[in-house]
Design a protein around this ligand. Structure first.
Ligand code: AMP
Ligand code: MG
Length: 390
């Protein structure tokens, strides 16, 4: 058995970054930038009004102002502002020459066609040219995971085609004679295959459409055949079940036969002890435990960081430290244990009722999971714990 940290180290050591491709920026959500992006212009590109109002000179605020013109957004001003003059201006329009202040329309009155400021003071209400960015400034760094907030940056600097790292092609296999597909009605001793759907969904959350191969029977022939199909033109194979110590768990044997080097096969983590990780040239293999909670958790802990690495980014779970709302106890402390939790109205961590690694329904109510370390049996009420959101 190896520690979770050792497993992550092994994965990081063997991870390979995939090649890059060019895509339209609007399709880049969830992808990782494969180039630095620079601004092609100053931002704002001109002195810009921040409000709807009148552009004038600060020194003239106590006088009635002559109105020269109306400046809509997107239209260049034609008149320079002189003493006791103003132009009506819209938010986002270019400030005319000579003006240093925009008085808000709400702070004015009109008398005989003249504009009068009726407050005692005002801000300039001008966004100065290049105050946000200068032409040539680095706006997005290589390795950035593209989320919704990065998309408008690409739009504003006109970077419509971007270099991103390729996403891994991932094949998914379930194993087990007891499994039937979700649309079927299980007969005696059968259960529905929930793992494949779960893993396809976890991949989808990373923007990846997995390739589902099917259910391998508990026979070396079937397992071999499915594995061969999965390995064909994929970067990663995720298989669930068949990796523990049962009589029909031949997966490790077939892996070796296929030339996959097994880098670990047992973790000191609960749930998920029988997790297998292997590599063959540039292809990676995970044998995840059959129990649905175990495969869910190990995908989060191990598969996700590897996928991010392959896509050119380091996965960093959001650091979230919150106090326990109740005391939590466990009997055994040989493995690091992950526990599903929800966050109550007071921002405290509450364990969800959890019967073990087959109890996938417990995760329906979970906002995240916490861990309790090897050697520890209690988390005190009020103790700060790391919450990993899911
Ligand atoms: P195994 O790792 O193959 O020994 O399976 C461990 C447990 O997980 C058994 O109770 C299996 O029936 C269950 N299991 C295995 N694969 C799946 C699956 N794809 N969907 C739901 N349960 C599964
Ligand atoms: Mg099985």
């Amino acid at each position: 058995m190896i520690l979770q940290e050792e497993a992550i180290e092994i994965i990081n050591q063997s991870a390979l970054k995939l090649g890059a491709e060019f895509i339209h920026f609007q399709n880049s959500l969830g992808r990782v930038l494969g180039e630095n992006v620079y601004s092609d212009m100053d931002m704002p590109p001109f002195n810009k009004s921040a409000v709807d109002g009148y552009a004038c000179r600060k020194q003239d605020l106590s006088y009635d102002l002559e109105l020269l013109e109306v400046i809509p957004a997107g239209v260049a001003p034609t008149k320079q502002i002189g003493p006791n003059q103003c132009s009506q201006i819209m938010t986002g329009a270019a400030v005319p020459e000579g003006a240093d202040t925009i008085i808000m329309v709400e702070h004015t009155e009109t008398n005989d066609g003249k504009i009068r400021f009726i407050q005692s003071k005002t801000n300039p209400n001008i966004c100065a040219i290049a105050e946000d960015l200068k032409e040539g400034d680095l706006v997005l760094e290589i390795g950035t995971l593209i989320k919704a907030q990065q998309i408008p940056i690409l739009a504003s600097v006109g970077k419509t085609f971007i270099r991103v790292y390729r996403q891994p092609k991932v094949a998914v296999i379930s194993t087990g004679d007891e499994l039937v597909e979700p649309q079927e009605t299980p007969q005696v001793s059968q259960i529905r295959n929930s793992n494949a759907a779960q893993i396809m969904a976890q991949l989808q959350q990373l923007g990846i459409t997995g390739r589902y191969i099917g259910i391998a029977k508990d026979s070396p022939e079937s397992t071999r055949k499915m594995l061969e199909e999965a390995l064909d033109s994929s970067d990663m194979v995720l298989l669930t079940g068949g990796v523990s110590m049962g009589e029909f768990d031949f997966v490790p044997e077939i892996l070796e036969e296929k030339g996959i080097e097994i880098l670990f096969k047992s973790l000191a983590v609960q749930p998920g002890r029988p997790t297998v990780f292997g590599k063959k040239d540039k292809q990676f293999f995970f044998g995840l435990p059959g129990n649905p909670v175990s495969s869910f958790v190990q995908f989060e802990l191990l598969v996700k960081p590897l996928i991010y690495k392959m896509m050119g980014s380091n996965f960093k779970p959001l650091p979230l430290k919150l106090p326990m709302g109740v005391e939590f106890n466990r009997k055994k402390a040989k493995r690091k244990s992950y526990i599903p939790i929800y966050i109550n109205k007071n921002g405290e961590v509450m364990p969800v009722e959890y019967n073990g690694s087959a109890h996938i329904h417990s995760y329906v109510k979970a906002d995240g999971m916490i861990y309790i370390n090897i050697g520890e049996t209690t988390l005190q009420k009020g103790q700060l714990v790391n919450v990993r959101q899911i």
